[in-house]
Design a protein around this ligand. Structure first.
Ligand SMILES: Cc1cc2nc3c(=O)[nH]c(=O)nc-3n(C[C@H](O)[C@H](O)[C@H](O)COP(=O)(O)OP(=O)(O)OC[C@H]3O[C@@H](n4cnc5c(N)ncnc54)[C@H](O)[C@@H]3O)c2cc1C
Length: 410
């Protein structure tokens, strides 16, 4: 009997690069990628940026060409979700009623937007953003709001996606009201850097509502017309994007009884350094994986592009027998207006000690989060090619004075 294939479940960056790595590392037996969406695996950052603004076409989304899969005998089962996992039997149940046996399995099922559970959430024009389909709908709604509507857009949620879409909508000439529940946006950056981004958006004309409790969406003829807040006010809008965070897709892992990490550690599928789950033939990568960090001495589950880019290949090598522990520092980037930002590291308390080198007013600086005099994480704004030095600082764990950090940009 032919040996069962290696199977990858997922249609994102982690899945694409895992498949590529398996072939590059010499895995020659059958390989199947099961992806719920109708596309081959793609990446998401352009969906809130250049793709949304129609400055780039679909080709930017796909890290691996269509022909590559055929040329490398990778079977793509798109438009088919996996709905059940029996790890003991090494069997995956698919939504089309078929089953797929595997020798080794990689779960790379990513995340889904948290749904808005508010009155009016089912009105036409209340949108979320995760997939190409969502982005196409959002782009059409933005264009429609400008051409046929009042040009007003409401965004609920002041995290990365809300802020990036706000920037894209402003550059498309729309009026944007952004509702955040906290004192300032991007709470993962702490007060000072959250305030920096608040100012950038205010300078670009975004009406930022702080401490806003959205209670309902108002509508007429089945279409959204506004956002109601707890203070009784209704803000008119032609369309609403709800961007209140994402939750990892853990259904398969849970159905197989794989070990999950507690909420206090960010949840996700518990994996070891090789990205192996509690079942020795099942691996996990990308948004869903809670990966032990040798540097920070704790597991991290981080929903960022770079994690998917590197954990996919790392898991692929582990499926082929590598035991090397994953040891990259978390990295993230964002582009909003004229602000290009890179972030490296992890600061459990973003409100902790912060040292800034350069000028926030001039939009060119590096901010360092420190603990006990060590650099834990840093964010570089419009400052390029310095991440190698930042990484050395973080990894060295050496004590660094505030003066030295302030002088970092020279
Ligand atoms: C709009 C947007 C902008 C972003 N911008 C940035 C950015 O600027 N910088 C950054 O660092 N990060 C960014 N991110 C985050 C980054 O895209 C994610 O961290 C990354 O997509 C995670 O990749 P992944 O492969 O783990 O999962 P995903 O990209 O979520 O892919 C998972 C795929 O698996 C499929 N799937 C799920 N369940 C099943 C199943 N049961 N069977 C089959 N298929 C299934 C899904 O349909 C999906 O296609 C952004 C995310 C979004 C949504």
């Amino acid at each position: 009997m032919a040996e069962a294939p290696f199977v990858i479940v997922g249609g994102g960056l982690a899945a694409a690069h895992a498949a590529k790595t398996l072939r590059e590392e010499g895995y020659e037996r059958d390989l199947v990628v099961v992806a719920a969406e109708p596309h081959r695996p793609y990446e998401r950052p352009p969906l809130s940026k250049d793709y949304l603004r129609a400055e780039a076409d679909r080709t930017v989304l796909f890290p691996v060409d269509e022909a590559w899969y055929a040329d490398h005998a990778v079977e793509l089962r798109t438009g088919t979700g996996a709905v059940g996992l029996d790890a003991a039997a090494h069997r995956l149940a698919l939504a089309d009623g078929t089953a797929l046996d595997y020798a080794r399995l990689l779960l790379a099922t990513g995340s889904e937007p948290r749904p808005p559970r508010l009155p009016g959430a089912d009105l036409q024009g209340v949108l979320v953003l995760r997939t190409v389909k969502d982005a196409d709908l959002l782009a059409a709604s933005l264009r429609g709001a400008k051409r046929e509507g009042t040009g007003r857009v409401a965004i609920v949620g002041d995290g990365w996606i809300g802020m990036e879409v706000a920037a894209s909508a402003r550059s498309l000439g729309l009026e944007v009201t952004l509702f955040g529940s906290g004192e300032r946006p991007l709470r993962v950056l702490g007060p000072r850097m959250g305030e920096f981004f608040a100012r950038v958006h205010a300078d670009h004309g975004v009406d930022l509502r702080r401490g806003a409790e959205v209670t309902a969406f108002t509508g007429a003829d089945g279409r959204v017309t506004g956002v109601r807040t707890a203070d009784g006010e209704t803000t008119e809008a032609d369309m609403v994007l709800v961007a209140i965070g994402a939750a990892p897709n853990l259904g398969l892992a849970a159905s197989a009884g794989l070990k999950l990490r507690g909420a206090e550690l960010g949840g996700g599928i518990a994996v070891d350094g090789a990205l192996r789950t509690s079942d020795p033939d099942v691996f996990a990568a990308g948004d869903i994986a809670s990966v032990p960090s040798p540097h920070y001495g704790r597991p991290l589950r981080i929903e960022h592009w770079d994690i998917a880019l590197h954990t996919g290949p790392h898991a692929a090598r582990a499926m082929l027998g590598s035991e090397e522990p994953y040891d990259r520092l978390p990295y993230f980037f964002t582009d909003q207006y004229d602000v290009g930002m890179e972030y490296l590291g992890f600061a459990a308390d973003p409100g902790g000690d912060l040292v800034v080198s350069g000028s926030t007013d001039d939009l060119e600086f590096v901010a360092f989060w420190t603990g006990d005099g060590h650099v834990l994480a840093a964010m570089a704004v419009n400052t390029w090619d310095r991440m190698g030095e930042v990484e050395d600082l973080i990894r060295s764990r050496r004590r660094v004075s505030d003066d030295e950090l302030e002088a970092f940009r020279g």
